[in-house]
Ligand binder design. Structure first.
Ligand code: PLP
Length: 438
């Protein structure tokens, strides 16, 4: 089957995500036939380096033998069973493992990131509801998030997301939430350090929480990097202060580590860099190494105990059909095993260093805010071309590189298995794409 036939059929039958379909009249789809390591191969054999880990999910390359074998093995015994009334070894092992890694001992599962956000919001609200007789806090029904935050696109998650292009159309459908100033260091005053700016933003958070805590259930935040906002990075001092403020005023802290979890920022979880334990942590994306849809919300004994009761209605009655799917759990266990067997966090330090050193060459271009954190590197292109993002995307594809700039921000979030030679290729292809698209 040629590329052309496949893409014609896809445009007829498939409604693609995050896409104005009409734009495919001028920007063709790429039918992908197979993946191997950091490379994706189209139907005619042309290859593309997957510099965005297929939307931030792939950790250890495509066609990874260990993850593949774990899924195959699981497939021979149990593909799925509902998790209400039943349990199975992969979900138990994964929950124990995640508890050990996060310090949060109760794991609730779903299939995507947005569902994890929904679950954390509902659990937080329901916790305050269940406890209201003891606490006298009867009105904790609201959520706050950061400006430019992204927490997913189902209605509840979209309500705490702050990206106009995704949100504005649906505004009449969404619950109200308030957005706190983003500590994104690019917004600091001239001469103000990232840390000083983070603390100044935290002061504004405190002021809001002080005035509104009686009605606040939770503050949801993407720790260290607001990825969808364009890899907006901020100082960990903000997280530390946010934790103190939330504890002081009895507001839950929900850490949305869906994008930054599993080693992306250099530590297993981004919160570790601020020595912060959230009340809820949302995980997805890299959790299965990019193999199968799975998400999890982990929480504390305190939250869990507030639902543990003779009353059915006090329980958390939320569910999804594929909750805790055994195949997905076995992919996640295999992924976590690779972190240990291959000493990934240690090795990534060197790799991140090489990535950062290599990409310094980009400063010869009109760019600013070249920034990095673990296995994420980003910069902002100074251009007046309003079509820069799409132009750069298609020029990079011609070079055999899958980049997906967010506005004028170009970023790399490659699989951890990327080699130095592949990083070099990423640089030269990016330079060519920039020359052709600025
Ligand atoms: C991707 C993402 C989500 C949503 O996950 P989906 O699986 O796409 O629903 C939520 N929060 C963050 C921080 C994300 O990056």
């Amino acid at each position: 089957m040629t590329n052309q036939t496949l893409l014609d059929r896809s445009l007829q039958a498939v409604w693609h995500p995050c896409t104005q379909m009409k734009q495919h009249e001028s920007y063709p789809l790429i039918p992908i036939h197979k993946g191997e390591g950091v490379w994706l191969y189209d139907a005619e054999g042309k290859r593309y380096l997957d510099a965005v880990s297929s939307w931030w999910v792939n950790l250890f390359g495509h066609n990874n033998p260990h993850i593949k074998d774990a899924i195959k093995l699981q497939l021979d015994t149990l593909e799925h069973v509902m998790l209400a009334g039943f349990t199975h070894q992969p979900v138990i092992e994964l929950s124990e493992k995640l508890a050990q890694l996060t310090g949060l001992g109760h794991a609730f599962y779903a299939s995507d990131g947005a569902s994890a956000t929904e679950i954390a919001l509902k659990m937080s609200f329901h916790y305050w509801h269940n406890c209201s007789a003891q606490t006298g806090k009867t009105n904790k029904t609201k959520f706050i998030s950061l400006q430019n935050s992204y927490h997913g696109e189902t209605l509840g998650a979209l309500a705490v997301t702050d990206v106009a292009i995704f949100k504005d159309t649906y505004a009449p459908l969404l619950m109200q939430s308030a957005q706190m100033p983003s500590p994104d260091f690019r917004l600091a005053e001239n001469g103000e350090s990232a840390e000083a700016f983070a603390l100044r933003c935290a002061d504004q958070l405190e002021q809001y929480v002080r005035e509104h805590h009686a009605e606040l259930a939770a503050f949801i935040i993407e720790p260290l990097i607001q990825c969808a906002a364009g890899m907006a990075m901020y100082h960990p001092a903000y997280l530390k202060r946010a934790r103190q403020i939330c504890s002081q005023y009895d507001v839950h802290l929900i850490a949305d580590e869906i994008a930054v979890g599993f080693g992306r920022t250099g530590t297993m979880f981004a919160c570790e860099q601020a020595a912060v334990t959230a009340d809820f942590i949302c995980l997805s994306k890299g959790i299965t190494g990019g193999y199968l849809p799975l998400s999890a919300v982990l929480t504390t004994d305190t939250v869990y105990q507030a639902f543990y009761d003779d009353s059915t209605a006090k329980g958390f009655l939320h569910s999804h059909s594929y909750t805790g799917n055994p195949l997905a759990c076995s992919a996640a266990l295999a992924t976590l095993a690779i972190f240990e067997s291959d000493n990934i966090l240690e090795k990534n330090k060197e790799k991140a260093c090489y990535l950062n050193e290599t990409m310094q060459a980009l400063t010869a271009f009109p760019i600013e805010h070249l920034r990095h954190q673990g296995m994420i590197l980003a910069f902002d292109v100074k251009t007046n071309n309003p079509q820069f993002s799409r132009g750069c995307y298609s020029q990079a594809l011609q070079q055999g590189l899958l980049l997906r700039p967010i506005g004028n921000t170009v970023y790399f979030m490659p699989p951890y298995t990327i080699t130095e030679a592949e990083i070099d290729f990423m640089l030269s292809a990016t330079m060519n794409a920039l020359r052709a698209s600025m």
